[in-house]
Ligand binder design. Sequence first.
Ligand code: NAP
Length: 535
Amino acid sequence: MSDSTTKTVDAVIVGAGFSGMYLLHRLREMGLKAVVFEAGTDVGGTWYWNRYPGARVDVESLAYSYSFSNDLEQEFEWKERYPTQPEILKYARHVADRFDLRKDIVFRTRVTAATYNDDSRDWLIRTEYGEAVTARWFVMATGCLSSSKMPEIPGLAAFKGATYHTAHWPHEGVDFTGQRVGIIGTGSSGVQSIPVIAEQALDLTVFQRTPSYSLPARNRKLRPQEVADMKARYPEFRQEQRESGAGVPVPIPTRSALEVADAERDSIYEQAWESGSLVNLLSSFTDLAVSQDANDTAKRWIHRKIHEIVADQAVADDLCPEYPFGTKRPCLDTNYFETYNRPNVHLVNLQRTPLIEVTEKGIRTSEREYEFDVIVYATGFDAMTGSLTNVDIRGRDGLSLRETWRAGPRTYLGIGSAGFPNLFMITGPGSPSVLSNMVVSIEQHVDFVADAIGHLREQGLATIEPTAEAQDAWVDHVNEIASHTLYPKANSWYMGANVPGKPRVFMPYAGGVGEYRKKCDEVAAKGYEGFALAF
Ligand code: NAP
């Protein structure tokens, strides 16, 4: 129930990352009064929180940027091929300043609950401080990887030294000089931070449960000419991004990995490896994502590379993943495998000697206790659904999103969920999101949502909500596409497998951003087909 102290706006947006910032801008341009709630003290989302050493994006800077403003595209000067977290945060801040976004963002404030009122057809949104706001439109722009996770092992609080999670890194940084450091986790955050921590620490012990496929980034300073060339052809490039599979234009492969001779296949993998682009390697052939035999060729080739780089062949063996390449998120690194040649770096294979507990002095495995001054947790996120279900969202008739999704997320297009009128998710489960360049997918969703709201307002309509039939058909379609791929073979966060008790469901849409956009455009062109619109 709202009361006289409740503020009313047109739209409440949760999160001031790339999604929330652009949506705020769009809605304001349309004349709506919108407010953004953000838990952090500044904009940037992922790039605000993940400040661990070595943090970088693994999509090239000139492609990992907004396309909605030509002036913004032209004026911002990216420095590196793969920008660091501080550079991306600088970009986010620049966007906030340039479009004067901060005046409508409430920082240091977490949204805890949101309840739909069927009579007023508004949402009542509550924050951790008990503040209440009503809004016709409620948008969760909370990101896919923002609900961080500690490992489920006993004794976490027992450790007397310092502990850090990569997703909550102190703003002032951490000095590892002279320290004995243990790190748990070898996903992208571990793979990026391990080489940097190893350079500073006295000693670094890496606790690895599952090895990652990783490709050298070949990062470098951008050349003035390539920046000028891109700036000259941005409109064309942006169109290519939107029509591509992953929001990163690459030549479409035409051949199976099994139809080329070994030497030629090796040379194609070598070129992709040298290019420092994950998408190049993933799209070397038509069938790496769908055929085990084809995928095995990439797996064996990468294993060979790891064995060439890592001097101790037993360590190299432990660093070689067995699941199909690409079915867990591959990483992009700088000197990751090389780091295991340093005398101060040690690898513990948790598949052989599992973690037992964290102790006062360090970490105990089934083999022995390791003593540390610092433990770093690079243990990931409750991906895609965590940040949505962490808020107590109640739709029609008190329907709880958390309960409704207990057996796995159900959405229409990854944008809305039946029973939750006027609730939008930006890059929600069931959309390409994490399988793509996030900025491309974010802009597409923000545009879809803003256009839908514009349409409703023009037509004098009050609510939009996916129909149960359209949602069921979409969920079936998402599952059907995933079932033709190798993705379900790995215990990945795409499948929810990293969170005990989380249902095993492949959450993103694997049909590609180009196809997905076409579908969304068709839906909009047909008057938001599959959504029920009401006065
Ligand atoms: P992650 O990929 O989920 O990796 C978490 C790591 O912690 C895994 O190695 C996991 O092992 C391990 N782990 C978790 N719980 C454990 C336990 N109880 N015992 C032992 N090991 C445990 O998380 P992340 O590295 O933070 O990356 C998440 C995603 O964020 C990436 O996949 C990527 O999409 C994005 N990201 C991108 C970049 C970039 O653009 N460069 C950088 C960082 C992150 P298992 O694999 O066995 O579960």
